[in-house]
Design a protein around this ligand. Structure first.
Ligand code: IPM
Ligand code: MG
Length: 362
């Protein structure tokens, strides 16, 4: 018996609309094959919402997203210096929409897998030995606390311009993201590396304490702590040592970019931002790539793989998610590539052709 679900889609800016179109195509194919019915509703977020309403996310759009079973996002943002969006105050720029939807939907857990596809090994910028060893890790990033959401201000103190950003975590915020990391590790290789700056920051010392407490409930999962500067080094030295990297918002922002870069194919990486329960927002790890927007050149695979994560985490449809991931792997194996991951001897395809190829293999 098929299921009925409501998905809110946020095409956004740049290549967003084209990649979301391909992911929807794939979801429709899943519906056809498995007898489900997905209803879609588009909302505006980012630059396109600023153009239409003067703000990057309206209250109505947020309410629409809240009422859905899951949200699929393309990308938001433009180019500083080119797009007039960046002449607005920071809280009205495209990226502010992203922060508002994360907070508004309670998306505290950001899962960013970074794995090296053996077919795309040549793109890995690390030494050959590291590429041959391969890696498959996931950054579990806290997404609604820390520096991103603490009080900030810029003021004049004794005639000197002074800016303040505050980094706050309470034990409950740390506990719930730690639980997510341990649950994630349980379904993988059962290893959590908790990353912090406990040699300097109080928030990190609390992070370590709470994480160690949570670990007691997961005796089957191995926990180790690592300082963030060391983690940045270890990622380029030997990424195969990592399974789940658990970390706070700002460190997770930086380390997840590093982790995606070493795969050499950021156009392939999906992500999930999860709330309590099964609700989540799914988006590619890459940005809006305004330079290639509207040219049917973008790689839709990260968005298609994000749709697979949506099926798995929000709809509990493991077989359907497996089918999408297998179809993507098959297309790569057959040598089809968009421009960003193209190499000699492969067949170059457009964004929409890539979507069709995946659909045909589901
Ligand atoms: C990300 C992005 C955002 C972040 C920006 C656009 C606000 O870099 O999703 O990693 O820092 O969280
Ligand atoms: Mg980032």
């Amino acid at each position: 018996m098929g299921e009925r679900k409501k998905i809110v889609t946020i095409p956004g800016d740049g290549i967003g609309p084209e990649i979301v179109r391909e992911a929807r195509k794939v979801l429709d194919k899943v519906c056809e094959k498995y007898g489900h019915t997905f209803h879609y509703e588009d909302i505006l977020m980012g630059g396109c919402s600023i153009d239409a309403y003067g703000v990057p996310l309206t209250e109505e759009a947020l309410a629409t997203a809240k009422a859905a079973d899951a949200v699929l996002l393309g990308a938001v943002g433009g180019i500083v210096g080119r797009d007039s969006w960046y002449e607005l105050p920071p809280n009205l720029r495209p990226e502010a929409g992203l922060l508002a939807i994360r907070k508004g939907l309670g998306l505290f857990a950001n899962l960013r897998p970074a794995k090296l596809y053996s077919e795309l090994k040549e793109a890995c910028p690390l030494r050959e030995a590291s590429a041959d060893a391969g890696f498959d890790l996931v950054v579990v990033r806290e997404l609604t606390g820390g520096l991103y959401f603490g009080d900030r201000k810029t003021e004049e103190v004794d005639g000197v311009l002074t800016a303040t950003d505050t980094l706050v975590y309470n034990e409950n915020e740390i506990r719930r993201i730690a639980v997510k990391a341990f649950e994630t590790a349980r379904k993988r290789r059962k290893k959590v590396t908790s990353v912090d700056k406990a040699n300097v920051l109080d928030s990190s010392r609390l992070w370590r304490k709470v994480t160690a407490e949570v670990a007691k409930d997961y005796p089957d999962v191995e926990l180790s702590d690592m300082l963030v500067d060391n983690c940045a080094m270890q990622l380029v030295k030997d990424p195969s040592q990592f399974d789940v990297i658990l970390t706070e918002n700002m460190f997770g922002d930086i380390l997840s970019d590093e982790a995606s870069m070493i795969t050499g194919s950021i156009g392939m990486l999906p992500s999930a931002s999860l709330a309590e329960g099964s609700f989540g927002l799914y988006e590619p790890s890459h940005g809006a790539a305004p330079d290639i927007a509207g040219k049917n050149l973008a790689n839709p695979l990260a968005t298609i793989l994000s749709a697979a994560m949506l099926l798995r985490y929000s709809f509990d449809m493991d077989a359907e998610a497996d089918a999408v991931e297998a179809a993507v792997a098959q297309v790569l194996k057959e040598g089809y590539r968009t421009g960003d991951i193209f190499s000699e001897g492969c067949t170059k395809v457009s964004c929409s052709e890539m979507g069709d190829l995946v659909c045909e293999r589901i």
